[in-house]
Design a protein around this ligand. Structure first.
Ligand code: PMP
Length: 448
């Protein structure tokens, strides 16, 4: 089975399309020669960045770009508290999980305290979100004796061999496994009044039945609870409940992929699944966990992990190292100390309201949605048909970059602007995003 969308190409630099400064061209050529053909750069005019500071990225000439896309450095670039924690720890001790050390235990206690309403009981650490999902899938296979995986149609869960097989947004050139079933993401804007919870439950039940018909036992339903590659689909909250019950009834696990919505991004809750009132068997996390330090991992219930732990030895050289754990602890402390969830909720509303206001002037804005500091703006050819305006979306993304505002796009139709600023974004900076978007939409009107 092949997937149909390649989200990696939504906003990629295409060689030869735009004229470039000779210095930039030379750097791209050098990079291509050294790194080979698999890497992609963003934007028609790729950026060379030498420094980061709060919500800003800075190029060699000192030009500042407002970064409203990078949710790795979720507390802002080079946050002093995290930088300090990393430096102190790296000067003291950098070791692995084969020695006793307090920091990893404090980190586990703090993370588990955020999910007290669930059965999640243990923390395991990795270096990337892909590795966390890979490990979650291994655990699910051992626990259930099955291999079947159900994901949404434009989901991204990572790059390992196993995980890329259930990441349809990697595009048609990456095979989906025969044990993988896709269900339509719940697109409220296109639902025409249908009960999305009922439809999603039904689709997951049908996927389970189809797996069984092919002799495949279900292992897991894996969902990014904000559907961030599918187009940022936060509503209706509670929609996943029936589908989660269905996979559990079928003997499979529910894995919440919190790599994007986790660590307070949705404003209301620390984790996206909490907006849906769910109790996952496994929660995977990554990206913002170390504010740039490579740390990721999973929380699992005792029941999910028991069999795996009995039979498998888990050691991962860098994962859980003292420096990464110190960074992750500093991230959690900073979210709390700076009240960043409340801030994300407040500024997220400003962003959404401001962009919704633009929709009164710009017919191409079909829908504005989001939760906390995650905003999606769906651009359409006309509001009646709701047909995606992929070309305009790409033009707006590049025009915004030229105006010094960095964002990107996602969704099956490649037509949803993806705005994902650091949680520290100020009201003034949110205003800059809205004003620039107003201009970019006006300026691209006649290019279409
Ligand atoms: N899951 C989701 C939802 C993601 O968005 C990503 C990364 N974009 C991953 C998993 C993989 O994380 P990583 O790039 O750290 O391997």
């Amino acid at each position: 089975m092949k997937s149909t969308t390649d989200l990696n190409m939504v906003n990629a630099y295409i060689p030869g399309r735009a004229r470039m400064e000779p210095a930039t061209e030379a750097m791209i050529a050098r990079r291509d020669a050294l790194l080979g053909p698999a890497y992609r750069l963003m934007y028609e005019h790729p950026l060379h960045i030498v420094r980061g500071e709060g919500a800003w990225l800075i190029d060699p000439q000192g030009r500042r770009y407002l970064d409203v896309y990078n949710n790795v450095t979720s507390l802002g670039h080079c946050h002093p508290a995290v930088s300090e924690a990393i430096c102190t720890q790296v000067r003291t001790l950098a070791t692995n999980t084969r020695y006793l050390h307090d920091t990893i235990l404090e980190l586990a206690e703090r993370l588990l305290a955020t999910v007290q309403e669930t059965d999640l009981a243990h923390l395991m650490l990795t270096c990337s979100g892909s590795e966390a999902n890979d490990l979650a899938y291994r655990i699910a296979k051992v626990r259930t004796g099955g291999t079947g995986v159900i994901v949404t149609d434009t989901a991204y869960h990572g790059i390992t061999d196993a995980v890329s097989q259930f990441s349809p947004s990697l595009g048609a050139s990456v095979d989906l496994g025969p044990h993988v079933r896709l269900v339509p993401a719940p697109r409220l804007y296109h639902a025409e009044g249908a009960d999305l919870a009922e439809r999603f439950t039904h689709d997951v039940e049908a996927a389970i039945a189809d797996l069984r018909r092919h002799g495949i036992k279900p292992a897991a339903l894996i969902v990014d609870s904000l559907f961030t590659s599918d187009g940022i689909l936060p509503e209706p909250a509670g929609l996943l409940k029936g589908a989660v019950d269905a996979i559990k009834r079928a003997g499979g696990l529910f894995i919440a992929d919190e790599v994007q919505p986790g660590f307070g991004r949705t404003g209301e809750y620390m984790w996206g699944f909490q907006r849906h009132g769910l109790s996952p068997d496994i929660v995977t996390m990554g990206k913002p966990m170390g504010n740039g330090q490579p740390i990721a991992g999973l929380l699992a219930s005792a029941d999910a992990l028991a069999e795996f732990g009995k039979n498998s030895r888990y050691f991962n050289t860098f994962a859980g190292n003292t420096v990464s754990c110190a960074a992750a602890l500093a991230v959690l402390e900073t979210i709390e100390r700076e009240k960043l969830m409340q801030h994300a909720a407040k500024i997220g509303v400003l962003l959404r309201d401001g962009i919704a206001d633009l929709a009164t002037r710009h017919q191409s804005i079909g829908d504005v949605r989001g939760a906390g500091m995650f905003v999606g703006v769906e651009l359409v050819l006309d509001r009646a048909s709701r047909e995606p305006d992929r070309r305009r979306t790409s033009q707006v993304v590049n025009r915004m970059r030229d105006k010094g505002i960095l964002l990107s796009a996602c969704a099956q139709g490649h037509n949803v602007l993806k705005i994902r600023p650091p949680l520290i974004l100020s009201a003034e900076q949110a205003g800059m995003v809205i004003n620039a978007l107003d201009e970019a939409l006006a300026e691209t009107l006649h290019d279409v």
